[in-house]
Each structure stands twice: as structure tokens, then as C-alpha cells.
Design a protein around this ligand. Structure first.
Ligand code: AR6
Length: 325
């Protein structure tokens, strides 16, 4: 999965490069900077001394001392001063220049902390949004495995309005699924093959479904990609799926994806709820209102928001599996 949000201590990440949220002297400090220098040992500071500092929004690369990665990329995030001093542009630039530096050094995997969101005071929800946007823009152009490492789940927030809105949506739909009426409405129906049978709103969509009754998940996926005039790469990147997994699905008519993979393609293809149910059904899954994961997916589709990184932020906040491979 090209962008993954994980909870970990960044010094433990086994990737080609980790990124340090440094200050302009590059001579160490508190927060993640302190953790990285402590874990790397004195060789890192010795190499940093030769770099002559670094400007805000820029990045420099060194070896990694005793860390399990090969490189440390030091970037200097902006100090938050109310958001009107070009903070967003500078923070975006930190991610972009760090990723470019990683690519120049043939790194295939990179881990970032949430730059500027600690001592530098950038509001965490906004810092996360900038990070996800900047990384996903880069991943539309390049192949790389990128991790966004969140140290402490409590320190992690999606915007509180979005959180409350989703929480409310979950409450409403959970309640619906647990009343008798809701239960009847939600009772899954199955076809002969045991595949959940989606409901069709119109005769046309039923005809359309019958025409593709023998279609497998991978065939349906490839057909939808064609119908939308998308390139394969555009689709798997939007789905946050790596090329290898996509090739496997493409080459195996009967490939059975996991639910997060199947749902990720539904989001990449911007399918309606009905079409999403149909695609998931091809992989043997249903969208149920007894599952938070499913309700969150439904929430975003209903709101016409197909940004997989935003959806993953919300899934992460509600402690659910993330979309992708
Ligand atoms: N692994 C992953 N994330 C971490 C770790 C860790 N081990 N430790 C902290 N974080 P900060 P900044 C998170 O303050 O805001 C230093 O003194 C932390 O929870 O490290 O860019 C530098 O020298 C937060 O979400 O960096 C600069 O002077 C995020 O990392 C200044 O701090 C960034 O917090 C830079 O401030």
C-alpha cells in the first residue's frame, strides 16, 4: 500500500529512509529529533555538523548511524504562527523536497513523522491533511511506499467536526441496524452461489447486472476502469494499491481481494453505493450496518467524497482497518 498511516516510534521503522522533523541548525533538539539522534548515536550529529544547517521547507540527507534504516532525511517544518505566514506552503514543501531527495537516493520506502505538529505547534488535524495531500500528490507521479507515523493515537486528530459528523452517522445507522425494522431491511439476501445479492433501484440497473452475472471481481474491476476511461495506473494509485498487487489481480480472473482492497477500488472508481455493493459482492463481501468500517465507507460515498487518504484518516481515527492493499 503506497501510503500507510501507522502508529509506531519512527526510530523502529525498517524502511530505506526516515524523515526527521529538525530545526534549521540540524544539530538536534527535542521531540522526534531528540529520539532519532539518541537512537542513531553520535555519528549522526557528526555528519549533521558538516551540512551547514537547512532552511525551512527544505531537506538534507545523511546516513543513519545505528538506526535500522539507511538514511535520515532532515527537514525543517514551519513554526505555526496562526496560519497566515505561508505555513501550509512551507509544510507542503517539506514533504515534497524530502520525497524528491529519497527518490534521488533510490529509496523505495520512507517514513515521516507528522512534521511541525509537536513543538512547532501546527494544528494536528491540518498538519495531517497537508501531509496526506502532499504525499498523495507525489505518489500519483512516482512509485514508493510511504508511511506516515503517528506516535500516539491520542495525539492524532481528524478535524473534530468531521469526527463528530461520522460518529453521528455511525450512531444513526447502528441504531437503524438494531431496531426490528432495521434488521428486516438489513437482512442480507444471497444468490445461489452464496454471494450477497445487491438491491437494484431500476430495471435498467437490474438488466445491466444480469448481463454481467458471471463476471468475476477482476473482470468487473477492469471493465469499470475501461468504462471510465481511466488508465490502470491512475486507478491503482487512486486506490492506494501498489502496482504488484494490481498486476496480480489483473492476471488472475478469480483473484479474491481482501475487503479493504475491494473497497479501495470502489472508491478509486468513484462508484455509487449500489455499484460498490455490487463490486464487493463479486469478492464475497457485503456492506453491513453492523460494522463501523462499512458505515464509514458508506458515509464518504454518500457525501461524494472519494479521497482515499481522507477516508483512511477517518478509518484510523475510528480504529478501523485502512483501505488499500
Ligand atoms: N516517532 C514518531 N513520531 C514522534 C516521535 C517518535 N519517536 N516523537 C515525537 N513524535 P516534534 P516539530 C511526533 O515536536 O513540531 C525539535 O526540537 C510528535 O508527537 O518532534 O516539527 C526540533 O529540533 C509530533 O506529532 O517536531 C525542532 O526544534 C511530531 O512527531 C522542533 O522540535 C512532530 O513533533 C520541531 O518541531
Amino acid at each position: 500500500m503506497p501510503l500507510r498511516i501507522v502508529r509506531n516510534d519512527i526510530t523502529k521503522m525498517k524502511v530505506d529512509a526516515i524523515v526527521n522533523a529538525a530545526n534549521s541548525t540540524l544539530l538536534g533538539g527535542g521531540g522526534v529529533d531528540g529520539c532519532i539522534h539518541r537512537a542513531a548515536g553520535p555519528a549522526l550529529l557528526a555528519e549533521c555538523r558538516t551540512l551547514g544547517g537547512c532552511e525551512t521547507g527544505n531537506a538534507k540527507i545523511t546516513g543513519a548511524g545505528n538506526l535500522p534504516c539507511r538514511y535520515v532525511i532532515h527537514t525543517v517544518g514551519p513554526i505555526w504562527r496562526g496560519g497566515t505566514h505561508g505555513e501550509r506552503e512551507k509544510l507542503t514543501s517539506c514533504y515534497r523536497t524530502s520525497l524528491e531527495l529519497a527518490r534521488e537516493h533510490q529509496c523505495e520506502s520512507v517514513a515521516f513523522p507528522l512534521i511541525s505538529s509537536g513543538i512547532y505547534g501546527y494544528p494536528k488535524d491540518q498538519a495531517l491533511q497537508v501531509a496526506a495531500e502532499a504525499i498523495s500528490a507525489f505518489l500519483m507521479e512516482h512509485e514508493m511506499q510511504v508511511f506516515l507515523v503517528i506516535f500516539d493515537r491520542k495525539a492524532y486528530q481528524i478535524s473534530s467536526r468531521l469526527f463528530e459528523d461520522i460518529a453521528e452517522y455511525i450512531d444513526d445507522h447502528y441504531a437503524e441496524a438494531h431496531t426490528d425494522r432495521g434488521r428486516l431491511l438489513m437482512a442480507p439476501s444471497f444468490s445461489d452461489t452464496g454471494t450477497p445479492w445487491p438491491s437494484y433501484k431500476s430495471a435498467a440497473s437490474l438488466r445491466e447486472a444480469l448481463a454481467h452475472i458471471d463476471e468475476s471481481f477482476s473482470e468487473m474491476l477492469l471493465r469499470k476502469i475501461n468504462e471510465r476511461g481511466m488508465k490502470d495506473s491512475e486507478c491503482y494509485k487512486k486506490a492506494n494499491i501498489d502496482r504488484k498487487l494490481f498486476s496480480k489481480i489483473r492476471g488472475d480472473r478469480l483473484y479474491r481481494p481482501s475487503k479493504p482492497t475491494a473497497a479501495a477500488f470502489a472508491i478509486a472508481l468513484e462508484l455509487s453505493l449500489e455499484e460498490t455493493r455490487e463490486l464487493l459482492g463479486k469478492a464475497g463481501f457485503a456492506l453491513s450496518r453492523s460494522s463501523k468500517f462499512d458505515i464509514i465507507i458508506e458515509y464518504f460515498i454518500e457525501h461524494g467524497n472519494y479521497n482515499i487518504f481522507e477516508i483512511n484518516e477517518a478509518l484510523f481515527a475510528f480504529e478501523q482497518n485502512l483501505l488499500g492493499g
